[in-house]
Design a protein around this ligand. Structure first.
Ligand code: TMP
Length: 203
């Protein structure tokens, strides 16, 4: 049995997590076997790494290697077993986040990131990636309400412009895998578009 691997991406403040929660509830109500997980995170080690990279200062190379360390563990312990059990895996961020944040955002060599990705993924990649696209000006307004923004959420608009451009370039390079959603629309419209895209993929 092989399941279906779907990932979700977008800059901070795109509203991604709220929409994924709604999608998860919708799929559970349909009686589907769903595994909802996230990166960095999803395992004990991954959640510890998340704590480090989101809240403590680390060198850029460390950040890259920790993202992939968390991903290797996540693939081994959670994603591959869930797919082998025939589940629908909903993953809040995956390798595209490293390409967009560390590659486009921080300027890490894309060839280096691709090499790490190839070795760590070993062929396990999402068949659908939903990109919640929003201009940084809109996401900034949404993030302004946060009491304790993390290390990424505190970045300047120029950083998010680069990350967004990075995501859009990835989507252009693989249009068959990516579904681009305009996340600046009202919440209900974005959720409806998300449910539609995922239902079509699961048919
Ligand atoms: P989240 O806020 O969507 O849970 O994601 C956590 C943060 O980690 C987000 O600001 C993006 C960042 N991140 C990277 O920089 N590289 C990665 O590879 C991943 C998975 C997340």
């Amino acid at each position: 049995m092989t399941g279906i691997f779907i990932s979700f991406e977008g800059i901070d403040g795109a509203g991604k997590t709220t929409h994924i929660t709604r999608l998860h509830e919708h799929l559970l109500a349909q009686g589907r076997d769903v595994c909802l997980t996230r990166e960095p995170g999803g395992t004990a080690l991954g959640e510890s790494i998340r704590e480090w990279v989101l809240h403590r200062s680390v060198a850029t190379a460390t950040e890259v290697l920790l993202m992939f360390a968390a991903r290797a563990e996540h693939l081994e312990q959670v994603i591959r077993p869930a797919l082998a059990a025939g589940k629908v895996v909903l993953c809040d961020r995956f390798t595209d986040a490293t390409m967009a944040y560390q590659g486009a955002g921080r300027g890490v060599d894309m060839g280096f990131l691709r090499l790490l990705a190839e070795q760590v993924e070993a062929g396990t990649r999402p068949s659908l990636t939903v990109l919640f696209d929003v201009p940084p000006a809109v996401s900034r307004e949404r993030l302004a309400g946060l009491k304790a923004p993390d290390r990424f959420e505190r970045e300047q608009s120029a950083f998010f412009e680069r990350v967004r451009a990075g995501y859009l370039a990835l989507a252009r390079a693989e249009p068959q895998r990516f579904a681009l959603l305009d996340a600046s629309q009202p919440m209900e419209a974005v959720t409806a578009a998300l449910l539609h895209v995922v239902s079509e993929h699961l048919r």
